[in-house]
Design a protein. Structure first.
Length: 239
């Protein structure tokens, strides 16, 4: 059995989400073959030295315990925790993966993404995304102190929230052309992503082929995941 999650946005402001995550790790996730975290595990991540924070260390320790129990864990950067790197992955007993990530389940092929790269109608955000994934920009930010980076993360978060208020909600959803291009680039694999907070299963006809697109839940007061098993295929679950 394999689980896919994204968009937990763990933050001290929302302790109920962290509690749901710890219940999930100690319950439904125990014994699964693999867990894929497709971005935005944290609401903000200033760098892997943030592991000095007891809450952040607690999340890493919970994942490490799951890994030690035999579950393979894979983590992808999101649009909020884009500074998350191999230091956190190592502490969590996980592997850091880049998008698009190819995955075969049974005889079917899938491609995993966070999902923000598909929102191409939001031009301002795509410029920001290019900037923060530039190695030189990242190096300059990491040269700052942790406190300076925490302040920068809070500033970016505030600006993002203000910008959302002036944007049409459709602009922040995926562009269908970008979705079809991603599916085509993956040789017509099914697509699994998060980011948009619009959980659903869509069917796209790309070059005459029917391809599925699974959109993951964001987390609020309970755990939400997409489950795959050889016997039952895909299904959304929660606890």
């Amino acid at each position: 059995m394999i689980h896919f999650i994204s968009d937990l946005h763990l933050s001290p402001k929302h302790p109920q989400v962290a509690a749901a995550f710890l219940r999930y790790i100690g319950g439904p996730a125990r014994g699964i073959e693999a867990l894929y975290i497709l971005g935005d595990l944290f609401d903000a991540w200033p760098g892997d030295d943030a592991l000095v924070d007891p809450a952040a260390r607690g999340i890493a320790d919970a994942l490490a315990a799951l890994s030690a129990n035999g579950t393979k864990i894979f983590i992808m950067q999101g649009n909020r925790d884009f500074m998350l790197d191999r230091g956190f992955a190592a502490a969590a007993g996980a592997s850091l993966i880049e998008e698009p990530y190819a995955l075969s389940l049974g005889e079917a092929r899938h491609v995993l993404m966070h999902g923000d790269a598909l929102c191409t109608d939001d031009v301002a955000y795509q410029h920001f995304r290019t900037m923060v994934r530039n190695p030189q920009w990242r190096a300059a930010v990491l040269a700052k102190t942790l406190q300076e980076r925490l302040a920068l993360a809070a500033e970016i978060r505030m600006k993002s929230e203000h910008a959302k208020q002036d944007k049409d909600t459709e602009i922040m959803d995926v562009n269908i052309g970008a979705v079809e291009a991603a599916i085509r680039d993956a040789e017509h694999a099914d697509l699994i992503h998060g980011h948009t907070h619009r959980p659903a299963c869509h069917t796209h006809i790309v070059d005459g082929k029917a391809c599925k697109r699974w959109v993951l839940h964001d987390w609020r007061d309970k755990a939400e995941w997409l489950e795959w098993s050889p016997e039952g295929g895909f299904a959304f679950r929660s606890c």
